[in-house]
Design a protein around this ligand. Structure first.
Ligand code: AMP
Length: 268
């Protein structure tokens, strides 16, 4: 597997190939690898990208603690069949004097945007840079970060970036917990609490309980704080109205200092 470190080498490597691109922050798990597998299915070459982007963490968040497992990540990517990995240094991405920010209004200002106001500008800026650096034919993102997927689709459409953005379903463990690099922060007791998140979202998605009851159920299950637990229009993320054809239930909640997010399509 080729390790590409610079923008120049990346553009030389991808030339004349039909390429898919999988951006990640490392600490790779089966969810990331599902994106790579799908990338290999739909393109000749899949290039995952590992960069722990400081711009999408606020000063009080977990940038320092975020798991860093580069050697194991490279091994997993190689085993999965990725032909190359893009592994730029921070100054390749943010050289001295870097002063541009990409902001997607509207869809990035609610839900995650309300509770992590720095987050989507950081994501939109890095994703725009990455897409322009690689100009992949296809870029894959997980539905696990459903709002992020919509923000990226919007920026690609608004800026006419010539790439097809593809969402990949969420990979879960045997207890239904969405795989996440942040699950590594959970001890056994916290893990048991975390597993209720999918169960409660599933009850909401099937209409067994409403979103308010879902929020209470999360607190009763042991979550310490619920940022949101809400049913939204799956395209706009606004509260559903008479034009809504598809709905999605989305939640973010804390166990101690660990913040978990998850979402499901509503089945009715
Ligand atoms: P991250 O490294 O957490 O920024 O995630 C990189 C990409 O992997 C994003 O597009 C995520 O949505 C996706 N991803 C993370 N966890 C999962 C999962 N459990 N299933 C599918 N995709 C995921």
């Amino acid at each position: 597997m080729k390790i590409v470190k610079s923008i120049k080498d990346l553009s030389v490597y991808r030339k004349n190939k039909f390429v898919s691109f999988v951006p990640t922050m490392g600490a790779l798990h089966e969810g990331h690898l599902a994106l790579v597998r799908e990338g290999l299915n739909c393109a000749d070459i899949c290039i995952p990208y590992i960069f722990l982007n400081p711009k999408q963490f606020a000063p009080h968040e977990d940038l320092e603690a975020y798991p860093k497992t580069l050697e194991a990540d490279l091994e997993k990517l190689e085993k999965t069949g990725a032909q190359a990995v893009y592994l730029p240094d921070a100054d390749e991405i943010y050289p001295d004097g870097f002063s541009t920010s990409v902001k997607v209004s509207g869809i990035s200002e609610m839900l995650e945007g309300e509770f992590r106001p720095h987050f989507f500008d950081g994501v939109a800026t890095i994703v725009t840079k990455m897409l322009l650096q690689c100009l992949p034919d296809i870029a894959l993102f997980g539905e696990k970060d459903y709002q992020q997927l919509l923000v990226i689709k919007k920026l690609v459409s608004d800026l006419n970036i010539p790439v097809d953005v593809k969402g990949v379903p969420t990979m879960r463990d045997e207890n239904g917990l969405a795989l996440s690099s942040r699950n590594a922060y959970l001890n056994e007791e916290q893990y048991q609490i975390a597993c209720h998140l999918n169960r409660i979202l599933s009850d909401i998605s099937k209409g067994k309980i409403n979103e308010n009851r879902g929020r209470e159920a999360l607190l009763e299950a042991g979550f310490d704080k619920v940022d949101y637990c809400t049913v939204r229009d799956a395209q706009t993320l606004l509260p559903p109205d008479e034009n809504t054809t598809e709905r999605r239930v989305l939640a973010a909640a804390f166990i101690g200092t660990t913040r978990l997010i998850d979402n499901l399509a509503m089945s009715q």
